[in-house]
Design a protein around this ligand. Sequence first.
Ligand code: DCP
Ligand code: MG
Ligand code: MN
Length: 344
Amino acid sequence: MQKHTSGKAENPNATTIAILQQMADYYGKIGDEWRTRAYRKAMGTLRNHPAKVWTRAEALALPQIGERLATKIEEIAYTNRLRRLENAKAEPSDQTLQAFTQIYGVGYAQASKWVDAGYKTVDEVLAKAELTTNQWIGIEHYEDFNTRIPRAEVERHGAVVKKTLHKIDPAFEVIVGGSYRRGSATSGDIDCIITRPNTGAGRIREVILGQLIPKLLAQNFLVAELAITSRDDGSKWHGASQLPPSTPDATPLPWRRIDFLLVPSDELGAALIYFTGNDIFNRSMRLLAGTKGMRLNQRGLYKDVIRGKGREKLSEGTLVEGKDERRIFEVLGVPWRPPEHRIC
Ligand code: DCP
Ligand code: MG
Ligand code: MN
């Protein structure tokens, strides 16, 4: 999406960008989304800048770079390193923070509270902190949820969902999205996009929440219900699933994180784009839509969106396309990218 007129190696800010990237990865890992975003924006600016940025003042003069980042850019330019990054890698409290944010459902804020309370390990949190049910499950299955799922196992989980749902109503469709649809050899979780031709959100919700989930719980495939989010951006059910052991006395297989994304037929194309990702690809598609006076979200592509000075939306715009994934690329003027190539 971004035009790269020169190869990466020729970018005068390549070293700076590489180090900022590591810092962004670190903030991503500890769940600090605000800083992750700030780093990404600054990296985007540097990527498009034709000359090496040496000083804090030069950096500050560029868009999307604030004071703290400008100081870091100067440090990297002159020393080829960033002390903050080296500290982050070595600092025990940062490592603890990272360990805590890897608990399902625990974000930066909760993890920081536990660090401030003096807890050093996940076991210590389990023993001493007051936990919600989900946090308890997250810790109980810490290893499970942090272990990547082999592709073949993702397929087997998808097949159980499909088979059970088809017994209820064969017209339903289950598409495994996320990293699996992008062709990854392993996935962090199983993202099941569930839809039905010519069917709205209400009916789909009824069948999935009212029939499918109770059935899958009863057959011990679903082992935990973690959360349901339903805003105007659709319904998403979070839980955990487990395949039966190959023989009755074999070691139980791990619990896996599974998501059911309930998608009305009218929104399938936009939902496929959103839930296939990756997140950075999604962000660049949305940005691109914005530059063309359009808006893309997981429900559809809209045109004639009116924005104010701060780019805030003044009107929702009119729906151009929601159903057809390929058509959304076409309207945006982006050549079709198969899911395997949607990695930014
Ligand atoms: N997504 C997004 N922005 C986010 C989170 C998710 O656009 N902040 C979209 C893109 C993701 C998809 O939802 O591909 C599924 O989210 P996951 O967190 O399950 O991510 P992946 O499936 O891509 O990776 P993983 O293998 O770690 O599950
Ligand atoms: Mg996923
Ligand atoms: Mn997911």
